[in-house]
Design a protein around this ligand. Structure first.
Ligand code: BGP
Length: 473
């Protein structure tokens, strides 16, 4: 990539931190309809706004008004990069308008300017689950190819508005959780496309169509980004989970390979210049109607990614013969007896990061940036008002050690590490504030109390040292 310096930093998403959900002409996005849920039953969080519930994301951490203070703290830690997302509904409130909302554009221009003034490289995600609700209700979300055109129009507006300022773009965050081959969960189909899986008619066909249209939108956006500015570097972010075999029974090893590969077909389509034949054959057998037109074929050829963004939190154990009685984890499969889990049941597996970096790099040969990694935990302040989050330091430290091995010993081209949620923000899958990731504490609680004051956790100084001592690998 262009940078010689390793891109140390963090990742945040608009709907989890900005707040100001109905300010300055912003429309309603699907994530504005997510309220606090319980992690045991993620489906409960798919509520509608009319229910009168409290929505922590509506205020977020008020990044909308406090971005300068927050960026100053990131700069103090030594960040070289910050991944932000643009909330589509700030730019096109309903999604299908002719003219964009200038106040929305201005906000992101201000944020980007502030980052550049602090020598922080902006990495901008165009779709981190922030689709205007109007597009879901009136057009059926990504089931409708018209939505691809609305998305591209929005992308063009932002490529032009931030031309010469933003060099790294991300077309989508984690579309890979949409896979027609398996049962999906409401939470994933809801946050990605605003639709509940349980309410879908003809589930397989609907998921295949959503997935295909999003993949096509991504490759078309890549081409568009280059047309607007040939120096743009465009990637897509995937949330990947290696699935291990329960034991060396070859059948289980085979299951694990299939399970790991299951969410790779979109990446194949975005990196290999064509929608994969194996997926089309699978669709045919399952009675899913999906045709790749001549025009689409060209789009896949022309829209190959420049880099891959990897979100990594956890590994899983693949389904295996005879596991019917085992309880499923969020990532599918069964619990790994060799690994500890976070409070939210996510297996903590630093080696899985090295495994994935190798796997992805060897498959595509493209540069990779770690776009998310971190530990969701319940933080408590000590009597001096400091969060002593040694557990977070340990988590990140161990993952960084594995990342370093992948770069230095395995020769994986990895050009950055962006820790998820460097400042506490609202959790995406639970809608809660108590699941915290940050190096910076935000005084906000799920009972609607808190001053939103920022303070440094113990991990703040630790990450600052890491960045200072490791300019490159
Ligand atoms: C990823 C999302 C992020 C983030 C993270 C942690 O899948 O891209 O938006 O939220 O998961 O998840 P959670 O907030 O549910 O702990």
């Amino acid at each position: 990539m262009k940078n010689n310096e390793f891109l140390w930093g963090g990742s945040i998403a608009a709907h989890q931190c900005e707040g100001a959900w109905d300010k300055d002409g912003k429309g309603v996005a699907i994530m504005d309809l997510v309220t606090q849920g319980t992690y045991e039953t993620p489906r409960e969080i798919c509520q509608t706004i009319e229910s009168g519930k409290y929505y922590p994301s509506h205020e977020g951490i008020d990044f909308y008004h406090r971005y300068k203070e927050d960026i100053a703290l990131f700069a103090e830690m030594g960040f070289k990069a910050l991944r932000i997302s643009i909330d589509w509904s700030r730019i096109y409130p309903k999604g299908d308008e002719q003219e964009p909302n200038q106040l929305g554009i201005q906000f992101y221009q201000n944020v980007v300017e502030e980052l550049l003034n602090n020598n922080i490289e902006p990495i901008v995600t165009l779709y981190h689950f922030e689709m205007p609700v109007h597009l879901v209700r009136e057009y059926g979300s990504w089931t409708n190819p018209k939505v691809i055109d609305f998305y591209l129009n929005y992308c063009k507006t932002m490529f032009e508005a931030l031309k010469g300022k933003v060099r790294y773009w991300v077309t989508f965050n984690e579309m890979n959780h949409i896979d027609p081959q398996t049962e999906a969960s409401d939470i994933f189909t809801y946050i990605i496309a605003g639709l509940k899986y349980t309410e879908m008619e003809n589930k397989k066909q609907t998921l295949a169509t959503i997935s295909y249209n999003m993949t096509l939108a991504s490759v078309k956006a890549v081409k568009l980004a280059r047309l607007v500015d040939p120096t743009n570097q465009v990637g897509c972010v995937f949330g990947l989970t290696p699935a291990y075999p329960l034991n060396c029974d070859p059948q289980n090893v085979m299951n694990s390979l299939k399970e790991t590969d299951r969410e790779f077909y979109q990446i194949d389509a975005m990196c290999m210049g064509k929608f994969p034949e194996y997926k089309l054959k699978e669709y045919q057998v399952q009675g899913i109607d999906l045709k790749v037109s001549k025009e689409d074929q060209l789009a896949f050829k022309d829209g190959k990614l420049d880099f891959i963004g990897l979100n990594y939190y956890s590994s899983s154990v693949a389904h295996y013969e005879g596991d019917e009685n085992n309880e499923e984890t969020l990532f599918g499969g069964v619990q790994n007896p060799y690994l500890e889990q976070s409070k939210w049941g996510w297996a903590i597996d630093p080696t899985g990061l090295r495994y994935l970096l190798n796997y992805v790099y060897r498959r595509y040969g493209l540069p990779i940036i770690i776009t998310e990694n971190g530990l969701g935990a319940v933080d408590q302040m000590n009597s001096d008002g400091v969060v002593e989050d040694d557990y977070r330091i340990e988590y990140v430290q161990k993952h960084l050690e594995q990342m370093e091995k992948a770069i230095v010993e395995d020769y994986v081209e990895c050009f950055g590490y962006l820790m998820w949620g460097p400042i506490d923000l609202v959790s995406a899958t639970t809608g809660e504030m108590k699941k915290r990731y940050g190096f910076i504490y935000v005084d906000k609680n799920d009972d609607q109390t808190g001053t939103l004051t920022r303070s440094k956790k113990k991990s703040f100084d630790w990450y600052q040292e890491i960045i200072k001592n490791n300019p490159t690998f």
